[in-house]
Structure formats: structure tokens, C-alpha cells
Ligand binder design. Sequence first.
Ligand code: BGC
Length: 809
Amino acid sequence: MAATRTQADEAREAVVEAALARLDLDAKARLLSGQDMWTLPALPEIGLASLVMSDGPIGVRGVRWTADDTSVALPSPTALAATWDPELARRAGVLLAQEARRKGVHVLLAPTVNLHRSPLGGRHFEAYSEDPYLTGLIGAGYVTGVQSGGIGTTVKHFVANDAETDRFTVNNIASERALRELYLAPFETIVENAHPWGIMTAYNTVNGTTMTEHRYLVNEILRGEWGFDGYNVSDWMAARSTVGALEGGLDVAMPGPDTVYGEALAAAVRDGKVEESVVDTAVRNVLRLAARVGALEGAEPAVTEPPAQVDGEALAREIARRSFVLVRNQGALPLRGTVALIGAAARDARVLGGGSATVFPARIVSPLEGLTAALPEGSLTYAVGADPNTELAVADKGFTLRAVCRDAEGRVIGTASAPNGQIQWMGSDLPDGVTHETLHTVELTGTYTPRETGPHTFGIKGLGAFTLTVAGTTYYDDVQGTDSDDPFISFFGAPEPRAQVELTAGEPVEVSLTHVVSIPEGAPIKAVGFTLAHQEPTRDPDELIAEAVEAARAADTAVVVVATTDRVESEGFDRTDLNLPGHQDDLVRAVAAANPNTVVVVNSGSPVELPWREDVAAVLLSWFPGQEGGAALADVLTGAEEPGGRLPTTWGSLADAPVTQVVPTDGELPYTEGVFIGYRAWEKEGRTPSYPFGHGLGYTEWTYQSLELDGTTARIRVQNTGDRPGREVVQVYLAPAEPDAERPARVLAGFAQVAAAPGETVEAVVEIPRRAFEIWDEKTNSWSFVKGSYEIQVSRSIVDRRLTGTINV
Ligand code: BGC
């Protein structure tokens, strides 16, 4: 339901109306169309500044896509959800608002609240959970935090953008019940509890209508039923038609300057194809956003005094350690004695997932750095063990590069720093003195100093003509093409290997990659984007494993960090399996055979298979832990802090996972499982996952003493019976007493965080929401409260039940 308007809202609304009244049709149509990749045009005649949007979920990139414009990088959204702590999500939001203000950004393109329908979803790491209730509460905390800092949010991607395959065209076929109970539910919770100032409509189609034109879901449900009063922006390049989009409730078409709005919209009104009053509605929504964020003169912003400054590094570290999920511990943790740290990702930490959620942190603490700082000198050794990077990655460590821009005559017209091998210049974001009209070639040039001797591979990501020269030899001078129709393929596609060069460790060589810029006529975005990619010599896998085994044998504990790569988890494509890439499974098995005290840290944003999990002493999931991941890991491994996470999503093997399909057939992806995804499906199928939803261990013990029910309020007393302070996530599941094949056996209906000193007893109070008792009735097209008897199950995970009670409603 819509929030009641405050006096300040009324006053802002009056300014919005007055501003709207002063705009002519052309100005209105222009305002609804991006002026470039990230901004809307300013309209000085009404005192409107240019509204700036930026990704995204774990940090604020700003309007430039380059590693020299740095941002605090928080842990992945899956990690944030694993904290099961909406208050921590709120604090993350406050930090992101601070980052946005620092970068001149008004609106964050986040949070992502699509669901973990299939573990193969490529953007799984960027969404929170398989459970709509947990997703909604984490998302609401996040939105509340960001907006308390005066910055808008755009909750995305509305709706059912749960996989990446054919994401621009896929028609997801879902029942109204599945939409209401699962996919729409987080959006509804967030609208109701956090009043987001924006929403992003997705690329995909739902039940035959593309989401940027979905009148029913946008105008009737989101705005009509739920009372959403923010602006609706298309996902980037998702708007396909002028009249269809406007009538479907789309306010802003991004990016610009060429969109279905602007001049095309003004013409559509003049031709009588659409009423100007519909344009006014969209403009009103944008002006309301501008008023809220302080970009419209005369309107008091929603937040006049920004919250107190937050220490980003400290918060990133706190969230990381609170998110780590200890799924198994046979006494190996906290660490004791000497440690052999093993794994490529222990040295080259993978802290975030790929795609539009990418930001560039000013520093990254790797597990190796974190543990080196935390452990006594001489107690840590390191071995690579196995390298999952069996593919090319952005040229980075050891490269010193700059970009040189030339015109058609070969004259240098500008230069720019290039902190790594990736060039991403969008719209007018070009080096000083360079315009799209004058720019002919960009040369990435500099030196590379190898850290390993052997054959190094160099590659190119991007479309068009390239020349690649290493150490004076030209290895490639040709044109790269693509079969993909994804317009972002040059961002998310795979690099092509183009040269293999024998190099010597420590001896620098000259490197140059020249690209002839050619932006197709009519391209919606003027962007220059390409990447110099690189891969170090790969060593014999058996030799690497043998070295690691030696190191493991010589230490009291072996800590193996295993990871996915950005060719495995990223926006733009789905996964095809849940395996750890490369020889990492062999590595873990060999190390575990050599040292019974083997701890495995799983550095991935979403589930991977852990076939050796029963053979190791401990397994800790660290997600993509953000820039302070290594420091947080050291906190948790040494026992200075407790790992606080619980699984927000079931982890199991692909073969057992009940819902996996992400590939459409003839353009359609039917959600045939209805309301049964995640634990709802695992339970229905009677299958046992590797680690159930809600599971996670700490370093102390808890006794669940009592459950008291007062109507729908559950009071649970728990005692910390261990010998150190701890934090517990008390989970409450609601199970209809009479099994009903159409309903999940139980659903998460509430949870609470408690902290207690050794011996202390504390009370968790959980209010079970009315919605937990409701189902969507497709006959009456309304929520139906299912009366009857329910079991309240107080648990440590969906299967680890500690107390039960009954309520009759
Ligand atoms: C993504 C959005 C993102 C936008 C802008 C799209 O490809 O799906 O999540 O906000 O790009 O980067």
C-alpha cells in the first residue's frame, strides 16, 4: 500500500506540478530519454539538474568505467543475504549513498532482487536468495539505507529476470500464482516497507509481453495495487517501442541519446498516437525523483542532512565476516599452529562478480595478505596448487599501460591513463581533447613485466579491427567479429587468444594493442570498448598439486582457497555446470589426503559442487567477499571473529537440483515448477542437498530453550552454551499441519538475530506476517488466507528443527 504522504511530500508534489506546467511537449519528451550512458538532460528553464544514475549492487562505479575511478567494493549480494541481517543491509546502503554523493550520482541502479530460481543463473551472485521473504527483507534494508542518504534506488529487474540466456528476448511463462508468491514478492515487500524511488524494468518478456511494456504488471500491480510512486527506467536498451513503452508505464528509456522516447515520443503525441497526459504522468514521476534527490530547484530534498560518515573499509570487512558460512567444521577451525595456504585465489583474490555490477576498488586484501598480517611470522607458507584461470583475463598485474588516441591522419589527439587492459569509454566519456568525430584509433601501449618464465598468452576482447604487438612482433592484424546478438557482447564475451610469447620473469617487454574505432551508424550508444587480455604460463597441474601436497604435509593445517572465475560467473551468460574450474577438485582431494586438518574456503558468488566435502575437516563459503575479503577471512579463520553467515540458498549438486532449466525452447522458458523453487522444490522432490537452506555454524553452541506463541508472535529463548560470545540467526518456518500438494511443506516465515555472551540466555521475537498464511488464488485473482492449523518450527536451518508449536488461524 502507498505510504501516507507527509507534508514534505505534498510540498514537493506542488513544486513538481508547477515545474511540469512550465514544460512544453519537446522538453518533456527529451527528459524521458537518456542523454548519454548514465544521465538525463538538465532542463535549466525549470531548475532541473541532470540526473545521474550508476551501477550498482556492491559499490558505486560512477559514470566512468575505469580502474582509476575507484569505489568501495562490498561483498556480493549473495554474501549480504547470507548475513540474514536487514540492519546490516541498511548500513551497506548508507555507505553506498555516501559513495554516490562523492561521485555525483543521484540514483543507484540496485538492488537486484530476482530470485535464485536455477543455480545455473549467471547473475546468481548478484541476487540475494531463493526465498522471496529473505530477499524482500534484505532488499528493503538496503533501499532504506541508500535512500536515508538522499540517494535514489532502482529495484531491479522487474520481473522474472532470473537467468541470462537470451535475456533480451526470452519469454518467461509463469503462472500468476508463481509470480505473486515468488517473483513479485520481494518487489512488493520493498515497495511496502522501503518506498523505493525507482524500479528498473527487465529485458525479458513475461507471459508474452516484454517487461518495458507490461501494463498489467507495472501499471496495475506495481503502481495500482502496491502504490509505487517512483520512476520506472528501462534496463539498458530494453525499451523497444515508443507508444507501447509509454502506455506500459515506462518513464525513462536508457541509455541515450538515441532512444524510443525524445523526438520519437513528441512525434507520437503530435500524430495522435498517444495522449500528452500519459507523457505528463511519466514526467511527473521523473520530476518527483529529482525533487527527492535534490536535483529540482525549489523542492526540499527528502534528506537534508546526510547521515554520519561511514568507514567503508571497516564496513566491507564487517559484512564479509558476517557473511561467511561455515558449513562444516570437524574442529579444524579456528586455526591452530602453522598454516599452508594453497590456491591461486588465495593470492589473486576474486572479490566480485562480472558485468555491470563491477566496480574498481582502490585496494584488495587477498587471503594471502590477510593471513600474513594476522599470523605470527614464520607460521604461513603459500603454494598455488591449481590455477582455475585456464582462460584469458583482463591484463592487469605487471602491466603498465596508457591509451593513446589518434585521428585519421595518425596525429595524437589525446591520451588517458589505463590502469589495466580494459578500455570502456561510453558516450562523451572520452579523454580530454578527443571527440567521436575526430577519434580514429586507440592504442593501448606500455610494458609488461612477467612474474613467471614461459609461454604467455595475449588476447583481445572486442569487435572490429585490432593490431596486437608484443616485444616488437605483430601477432594479430585483423578484424574480430561475433555471432551473438547481445549488444553488450564486447563487455561480457570471451577474449580471443591471439599470441603466445615466450617471456622471462622480471624482464619487461613492450606491448601494444591498437583498435580502429568504428561505431555502427545508428548505434544507440557511442561506446569505445575493448580489452587486452593475458594469461600467465600454465604449469603442469600434477607438479603444482605435488608442491601443494608437500606444503600441506609440513603444516599443522592446510587452507585451500578454491574459486570460480569471471568466465564462470558473470552477467551476460548462464553457467553450464556447477564444477570448480581447472584442477581444483583434484587439488583438494590430494591435500586432504596429505593433511587431515584441511580447511577449504570456497570463493564463489553462487553454489558450486564440493564432491570432496566429507573428506575435509572444514568448509567455509566466502562468496565474492569484496575488497576486504582477505582481512575478514583472517579474522574468521584465526577465531578473532565468528563466521556469521547462514545459507540464503540451498547448495547441492546440479544432478539433484530440482529446477535447473535456463535455456529457452523456441524463445520460451516455462516456469513449469510453479511455486516450487529452492528449498520448496528440494523438499517436494524429497532430495537431500549438500547443505540446506539456512545452514551455517558459528564457534559457540546454542540451546533452544522455549517457544512461546502469542497469536502470530513467537518468542524464542535461546542460550549460548558455548564458551565464547556468539551470534545466532533464529529461523522460524511455517508448515501447514495438513499436507497440501499445491503448497510448499514449509516456508520461511520470520527470523531474528540475537547475540549472547557465554552462558547468557536471550529472547528472539519473531512476528509471523499474514502473507505467510496466504496463497494466491487464481480463481478469484486475489490473496486467500488459508485458515487451519500450522506448525511453527524454530530451526537452525530448514532441517535442523529445535522447537515446535502449533497455531490455529
Ligand atoms: C544490466 C543492468 C544494469 C545496466 C546498466 C544492464 O545490462 O542488466 O542491471 O543496471 O546494464 O549497466
